[in-house]
Ligand binder design. Structure first.
Ligand code: SF4
Ligand code: SF4
Length: 760
């Protein structure tokens, strides 16, 4: 679609002094015949914005291109109802990183004017995706986290459906003898507030509780989730088994499937577990909700290989969960004979030589040991508590509690590895080595308490039962926790509209669970409100574009369905992808994956980016001015470039940056376009991947690297060196590395002949 574009060049920030502004306007008006091109300083100021509004009304502009500072600033100023706005970065990407009034600097700025006019001209006129949506919330889990999320959402005016598998609310909190206060002086414990919370939930007319129920199925998408709730029963075990078998098969398939992007189903393998499907056969309730808070909580990790500590053989060797239950009943007594306990050894670490130490240990284990030591000391002033740990972790104000326990003469805290627990004359003898004293210790106690880790219940239980083409579970990290981006977006999962809170997300203490619940409830509300307006959620919150498929050219290759990190596509029986726009995070990874190039957004398409590449001026081979296209991820790499500019770091003027929504958005055709235009080198800069991945869209840079690994065929066809393509990972704070990365690549290219396709 052609647009009537006004170009507004900012001469502030040193741009006017460093560039030939008249020549830039000549590019806009001469090469592209734009009807308006103006140059002024600080277009974000009110009187300048008024000029733009006058032009929009007077000249009938449909699009505005602001060429000045980074598009990451003044976003609120440059909003003109119904008019497209694009931003070319002449500040951070040109004048702040290049010498002023230099021929190459001017060529760079002129190219950016060309590239962004071309991009702007290709915007399509498509309305946002609008459907009638629900603004009710489903909360799964009626423990402290779930109840807090429900109460917070209800307090904000939203209807909540709270599903709890047990017949009563409260979860683990019903079993806690005491909890930390979270208040000064931070040295005392208090009664669990669970009963007050249960009363508040039952009193709320905005919360409908399904106690003794489970979620049988969730289908649909954010704003339109259809949830079947069913009374708990043996059916859940059948579902657990079916889903775990399916998950094991899926993991085996992925392990055998090689790199990301090539994970297709084996012939005949089911795409989802075989589960009873017809709700008409049993009593159920159906609710429609806009979003889901998953607060299903944790289960204790069974101590593994703890026989040397007497676990499973000595009745007075118990877990910290069992001790909590004993303490909640009143006095702490020995399971073997009911005698009141006067000494306890708390074992936090079962020893490095143990084959399976606690995988799910956390700071909560340390805090629970300290808390339970205080139970003993308060109930028996002569009691003795021995806490043996490898790492004592007491974050924040818990350090004050830790110090109070250190000062208690009845509490003995020591680093140490227990080597054995055996029956002794009056109880149990615990041997410990590698203590702080450097000695082998033996202590005699009435009771031994082993730490347990906190395993997310979703790890091996059917909780959400999603009716998604990608399966019923949330994707999880290697430890079974569900997360989308653990660094930047807590609560987010890889299924849009479903937010995790509490120990299903990571082990956490009581207060953290409450804070987490509030955060997740707010994210759930934010999601419903945005999708009701046809807008994307985090991280492209407010984006009104969404992917559309030109279905008649679809070959049913399933790449889009497989590579979408968020399960946005379901599938028709013939394999054609069925988009669910409200599940979509607008990363455009599917656009990059489609070999037919038929997935596009109204403001971002294969044609648009390819045309930007083609719009660049490429000097001939005698000019000794190589050209490099750098595709950069807008999430971390773009801010890196801006920061490099802000620090006035200088690098080669031969590079042209093109931002993508994610590096996984890269489409191979752009590489071919660039090479056949005579571009000498292509670089991709994206987020770090691996264990501590930072990709906002989970696996974008990994996919890009994988796709680039396959480009050698294209290069061979064009008789070009494979080193002309370079992929880099940069963390958001590594701006200082940018000049080195760019200049090294230019240096490398100087060892090659110019791309022979220049001029074609
Ligand atoms: S844009 Fe991203 S989230 Fe949306 S459908 Fe495509 S791959 Fe999935
Ligand atoms: S990647 Fe493209 S061709 Fe393949 S299934 Fe998706 S839309 Fe169809």
């Amino acid at each position: 679609m052609d647009h009537k574009i006004g170009v507004y060049i900012d001469t502030g920030y040193g741009i006017g002094e460093a560039l030939d502004i008249e020549a830039l306007c000549t590019v806009a008006t001469g090469e592209f015949s734009v009807p308006v091109c103006r140059a002024e300083s600080y277009w974000n100021e009110p009187d300048k914005l008024a000029i733009i509004r006058n032009d929009i009304a007077g000249e009938g502009l449909t699009a505005v291109l602001i060429a000045g500072p980074s598009p990451r600033v003044h976003q609120d100023a440059f909003k003109f109802d119904g008019t497209i706005v694009e931003r070319a970065n002449l500040r951070e990407h040109v004048v702040w990183c290049q010498p002023p009034n230099h021929e190459d600097t001017q060529m760079l700025a002129e190219d950016y004017i060309r590239m962004w006019i071309v991009k702007t001209s290709k915007y399509e006129d498509r309305p946002p995706f609008m459907e009638e949506t629900s603004k009710d919330i489903l909360v799964i889990g009626g423990g402290m986290t779930g109840m807090t999320a429900a109460l917070e959402a209800a307090a904000a005016g939203y209807q909540v459906y709270l599903v709890e598998k047990e017949p009563q609310l409260g979860g683990w909190a019903n079993k806690y003898a005491k909890v930390f206060t979270g208040k000064p002086p931070y040295t005392e414990l208090t009664d669990s507030p669970v009963q007050e919370k249960i009363a508040a939930v039952n009193k709320s007319d905005k919360i409908k509780v399904f106690a003794g129920h489970r979620v049988f199925r969730i289908s649909g998408a954010p704003g339109m989730f259809d949830v079947i709730v069913r009374a708990d029963g043996p059916w859940i075990e059948k579902l657990d088994t079916a889903q775990n078998e399916w998950l094991a098969a899926k993991k085996a398939r992925e392990a055998a499937g090689g790199a990301a992007g090539e994970k297709k189903e084996a012939e005949g393998e089911p795409t989802e577990p075989e589960v009873p499907d017809d709700p008409s056969e049993f009593a159920h309730e159906v609710v429609r909700v806009g979003s889901v808070v998953l607060a299903a909580g944790w289960r204790p990790e069974e101590p593994q290989n703890a026989e040397h500590l007497g676990y499973g053989t000595l009745p007075d060797v118990i877990t910290n969960v069992q001790l909590e239950e004993l303490a909640a009943k009143g006095k702490i007594t020995r399971p073997s004979d009911g005698k009141e306990v006067s000494s306890i050894a708390f074992i936090e670490c079962m020893g490095p030589e143990v084959e399976h130490p606690l995988l799910y240990g956390s700071n909560v284990s340390s805090l629970v040991a300290l808390k339970q030591a205080q139970y003993l000391r308060k109930s028996n002033p002569d009691g003795k508590a021995f806490v043996f740990y490898n790492n004592m972790r007491t974050p924040g104000q818990y350090e004050v509690f830790y110090q109070a326990m250190q000062d208690d003469p009845g509490v003995f805290l020591s680093k140490g590895i227990p080597t054995g627990v055996a029956s002794a004359a009056s109880g149990l003898a615990v041997d410990v080595k590698d203590t702080l004293l450097g000695e082998q210790l033996r202590v005699n106690v009435d009771l031994v308490v082993l730490s347990t880790g906190m395993v997310p219940v979703t790890k091996d239980a059917a909780v959400l039962n999603l009716k998604y083409r990608q399966g019923p579970f949330l994707p999880e990290n290697p430890y079974g926790f569900n997360d989308s981006h653990f660094i930047c977006f807590p609560y987010e999962t890889q299924r849009t509209g479903i937010y995790t809170a509490g120990c299903v997300r990571q082990p956490m203490d009581f207060q953290s669970c409450e804070t987490d619940a509030t955060g997740a409830a707010l994210k759930a509300i934010q999601c419903m409100e945005l999708v009701a307006q046809g807008k994307a959620v985090h991280p492209r919150a407010g984006d009104e574009s969404f992917p559309e498929i030109f279905v008649t050219r679809c070959t049913q290759c399933k790449r889009c369905t497989e590579e979408c990190p968020f399960g946005a596509y379901d599938e028709q029986p013939n394999g054609t992808p069925m988009p669910n726009p409200t599940r979509c995070r607008r990363c455009a990874i599917c656009m990059g994956s489609c070999p037919e190039r038929i997935i596009s957004f109204r403001d971002h398409s294969v044609d648009m980016i390819g045309s930007m590449v083609k719009a660049m001026s490429v000097p001939d081979e005698y000019a000794e001015k190589p050209r490099v296209v750098v595709f950069i991820c807008e999430n971390d790499a773009y801010p890196v470039l801006d920061m490099a500019g802000m620090h006035r770091l200088q690098y080669s003027a031969f590079v042209r940056f093109i931002p993508l929504r994610c590096l996984g958005n890269i489409n191979m055709v752009w590489i071919a376009d660039a090479l056949s235009k005579g571009i000498d080198g292509i670089m991709l800069i994206g987020c770090k991947y691996g264990d501590d991945y930072q990709c906002h869209f989970v696996k974008g840079s990994e996919l890009a690297e994988y796709r680039m690994g396959k480009i050698s065929e294209t290069l061979q066809r064009l008789v070009l060196e494979s080193d002309r393509i370079n992929v880099q990972q940069l963390a958001i704070d590594e701006y200082y590395k940018l000049p080195g990365i760019i200049n090294d690549f230019i240096e490398l290219l100087s060892g090659f002949d110019p791309n022979p396709y220049k001029g074609f």
